[in-house]
Design a protein around this ligand. Structure first.
Ligand SMILES: [Zn+2]
Length: 158
């Protein structure tokens, strides 16, 4: 049931993208369609550029990472997806106001919406802030582990 609804969402977004591409006189290539589908299907899990590239390579062995990146940027410019950097990695996101929780222990991101999100958003807005993205760092397994920190070198900190 849920998988079905997700599928419908991807389908309708893909349709929107294809219409925009043709209205901008860009070419609709099979590769572009495939990459767009892949990106849309992984937006809710906040996939990283690397994860998307790895997944793309399974279907398009000769695809370059810059093609995957450019497709993400095209979708971002259309307002279909959003991007942000977490732990030095580019991640995709839904372009709607919400709180992202970044799990320091699993490197995964999940969304918090509903009352908590709108309370935080409203309160920041009332301070005159035009909020771009909210990311909360947390230990999602419930126990605080040793911070991964900057590794051996202080140069990672600057
Ligand atoms: Zn998110």
């Amino acid at each position: 049931m849920l998988a079905m609804a997700e599928d419908e969402w991807v389908k309708s977004k893909l349709q929107e993208v294809l219409e925009k591409i043709s209205s901008e006189d860009k070419r609709i290539t099979p590769q572009r369609v495939l990459l767009t589908k892949l990106i849309l299907s992984k937006v809710k899990e906040h996939a990283s550029l690397k994860e998307l590239f790895d997944a793309a390579q399974e279907e398009l062995p000769r695809v370059g990472i810059s093609t995957v990146y450019n497709t993400i940027k095209m979708l971002e410019s259309m307002g279909i997806v959003d991007t942000f950097i977490v732990n030095d990695k580019l991640r995709i996101d839904q372009p709607i106001p919400h709180i992202n929780v970044y799990c320091l222990d699993s490197d995964k991101i999940f969304d918090v919406d509903g009352d908590v999100a709108s309370t935080v958003m409203d309160s920041l807005k009332s301070k005159g802030l035009n909020v771009k993205k909210i990311v909360v760092e947390a230990y999602c397994s419930g126990e605080k582990k040793e911070d991964r920190g900057p590794g051996d070198s202080i140069s990672n900190l600057i």
